[in-house]
Design a binder for this molecule. Structure first.
Ligand code: B12
Length: 592
């Protein structure tokens, strides 16, 4: 482990409540809870999804999963029915599970949801919505995004258990911040109580789900540290909280061989053999050419299915719709890839026997070894620094406050090497970090060729993100800095009010906002109004990323660039274009 140059115990408040008591409270809240079985469990004659997956593993059949989350619950419910019927009409087995990609407001306590900003995805507003989640079609839901992790965890956990959901997540989302909520201590306690409620039903097959990429692994540079992080989460969930831990992952990896090895490493680091809730399909190999994305889909799904079948993992691959880069998919797009996924099952027995699995297993073994090194360094390092590693509140909060970068620098598995950004040579470098760094090199070569440094030098540019997506924020900040701007890196998960305050304090010349969650128009308008309101409207505002938003009457979000432009926000589209626009601004030209 690297030398600890940070006082870890100073990161915790002296009056932090004991996490074990919160877990106990959660168990008590769940005692006597009446749970109705879901349609799926009734139809299959199982008590939980875990039982179904264990059967799949024994009997050797394949399960599939899909992500669904249209603008409202009504749209989403209707879509579920249509996807189910579509599968039957095509003669393929309908999906076994869906992950509810709920809106971010669902992470807040119930009484705070209505007033929070609306993003993409549905929210569940009353008991009937919850009931319909498990009683619309016999496809088992995971109460996934924004359920457990935020300050609304307790209410969500109890609601989900009541209606017969038996996989509830998402532990890794504990690292997130929710809009207008900065109290991470009450967030921690809510998560532990919610997870305590799940622990009460461990024997009945209830699992605490995590999707690794939603948390620190999504920005780690080394796959070995993914595996190590999963070990840390498993320790927190199974040993400290008492809830069975189901570890899902996969969306930010394109290389199918690497993905196979990491899937196997995560399985090897899973002593109770809890089946993964799902393996997410590749979301980063896609481009704006939707037809070409079929290549990404087929290769990825075939490999995920081969691994699942050969090693009897009982997981459920998700086939990713080809529109991934642009927006939330429509029900037809989900239904199409679901059918392709089932057809690919025919190819598994033809291809699987000729793949060189020994090579993949060797990669798996290196990753497991690296994962153990990460886990040991983290637990021993925290223990030595005076953190009570048997108290889940201390462990979770200290890691949250430490941040992903420092975690990887301090506990990472790779050998120390100052040539690498995290100070270590990765055991196996992650795909998204590699592609982002390549994009950075391309951009810099392009911009340097144009000799624009002089034009932009010293311009004070504030760069930030409205949400958790941080790769574009990194690219923007590091590229602008490299071409000579004075960058104020204001980080991620920012509300408009925070940005206005920072603009005033730093006297920024320009504001650059990246946004992905389908909140672009409201966020942009709010930001412009607040800037005008405080008399600081002089700095131009640029936005980019996914510039869409849900509107009444459309179940998928629509492009809002014209509205943003009308509100005075500039939308140059690319980072090269942004640099041009900044230079034009400096030269006093008016940019459309
Ligand atoms: C990686 C990713 C994640 C990771 C993020 C990891 C991290 N810590 O950064 C994880 C898994 C955590 C995640 C979570 C979510 N995600 Co996401 N995610 C993606 C994904 C796959 C790639 C985004 C990315 O990082 N690309 C790499 C960077 C470098 O490229 P980029 O972002 O495209 O930016 C480029 C340009 O757009 C441009 N650019 C970007 N910003 C700006 C700004 C300016 C001013 C300019 C000029 C240019 C510019 O420059 C970049 C380089 O070319 C996209 C789908 C896709 N393939 O694009 C979905 C996607 C963005 N996510 C989506 C959603 C909905 C979410 C969630 C809200 C889901 C949920 N309900 O919980 C959560 C976020 C919750 C939260 N707390 O904020 C949706 C957005 C849908 C929409 N608006 O219609 C997408 C499109 C997926 C989809 N099709 O549904 N996600």
């Amino acid at each position: 482990m690297a030398d600890l140059d940070v006082d870890l115990s100073a990161l915790l408040p002296a009056d932090l409540p004991d996490g074990r008591e919160a877990v106990e409270e959660g168990r008590e809240l769940a005692a006597g809870l009446e749970r109705s079985p879901s349609l799926f469990c009734e139809e299959k004659g199982v008590g939980s999804e875990r039982e179904w997956r264990e059967r799949a593993r024994r009997e050797g059949f394949s399960c599939t999963c899909m992500n669904v989350g249209l603008a409202t619950w009504d749209d989403t419910r209707e879509a579920l029915g249509l996807i189910y019927e579509d599968a039957l009409s095509r003669g393929v087995r309908p999906p076994d599970r869906f992950n509810l990609i709920a809106e971010r407001r669902m992470g807040l306590p119930k009484d705070k949801r209505a007033e929070a900003p609306q993003e993409t995805g549905p929210a569940l507003w009353d008991e009937e919505d919850w009931w319909e989640l498990t009683h619309t079609v016999p496809v088992q839901p995971e109460a996934a995004d924004n359920m457990i992790g935020g300050p609304g965890s307790v209410e969500n956990a109890l609601d989900a258990l009541r209606v017969g959901i038996t996989h509830i997540g998402v532990l890794s989302q504990y690292s997130w911040r929710w809009p207008y909520w900065s109290d991470d201590v009450s967030q921690t306690m809510a998560v532990l109580k919610g997870a305590g409620a799940l622990a009460a039903f461990r024997e009945e097959g209830v699992c605490f789900d995590s999707y690794l990429e939603d948390g620190y692994p999504g920005v780690f540079h080394d796959y070995a540290n993914y595996v190590g992080w999963a070990m840390v989460e498993r320790y927190v969930s199974e040993e400290l909280i008492g809830a069975a831990y189901s570890c899902s992952w996969g969306g930010l990896t394109q290389n199918p061989v690497v993905k196979s090895a990491v899937t196997l490493a995560l399985h090897a680091a899973n002593p109770e053999g809890v089946p993964a809730g799902f393996v997410q399909g590749d979301t980063i190999g896609n481009t704006a050419d939707f037809d070409a994305n079929m290549a990404v889909l087929n290769t990825d799904v075939l490999f995920m299915k081969m691994v699942d079948s050969r090693y009897r993992l009982g997981g459920a691959p998700i086939a990713v719709p080809v529109t991934e880069t642009e927006r939330i998919p429509s029900w037809q797009e989900v239904a199409t890839v679901q059918t392709i996924s089932r057809r690919l099952e025919e190819y598994v027995p033809m291809v699987e026997p000729v793949v060189d699995w020994a090579q993949i297993e060797a990669m798996r073994d290196r990753l497991v070894q690296g994962g153990r090194a990460f886990f040991d360094a983290a637990i021993k390092g925290l223990d030595a620094a005076g953190i009570d590693v048997r108290d889940p509140a201390q462990l979770l909060l200290v890691l949250k406050r430490l941040g992903s970068t420092r975690c990887e620098e301090l506990f990472g598995a790779g050998e120390p090497d100052p040539e690498f950004p995290r100070g270590r040579r990765p055991v196996l470098e992650t795909d998204l970090v590699r592609s982002t760094m390549e994009e950075r090199e391309r951009l810099l070569a392009e911009l340097r060729g144009r000799r624009e440094e002089e034009a932009i030098r010293g311009m004070k540019v504030l760069v930030t993100s409205t949400d958790v997506h941080e790769f574009a924020e990194f690219l923007l900040a590091s590229t602008l800095a490299a071409v000579g701007a004075e960058v104020i890196d204001f980080g991620i998960n920012r509300d408009p009010e925070d940005i206005v305050k920072a603009v005033i304090e730093t006297d920024a010349d320009a504001v650059v906002v990246t946004t992905h969650n389908g909140v672009a128009r409201s966020f942009g308008r709010r930001l412009m109004e607040d800037l005008r309101g405080t008399g600081s409207a002089g700095a131009p505002v640029f936005m980019g990323g996914v510039l869409n938003e849900d509107v009444e009457g459309s179940e998928i979000p629509i492009d809002v660039r014209a509205d943003l432009n009308a509100a005075g926000v500039e939308t140059p589209g690319t980072i090269d274009g942004l640099v041009e626009a900044l230079i034009d601004r400096r030269r006093g030209a008016v940019v459309a």
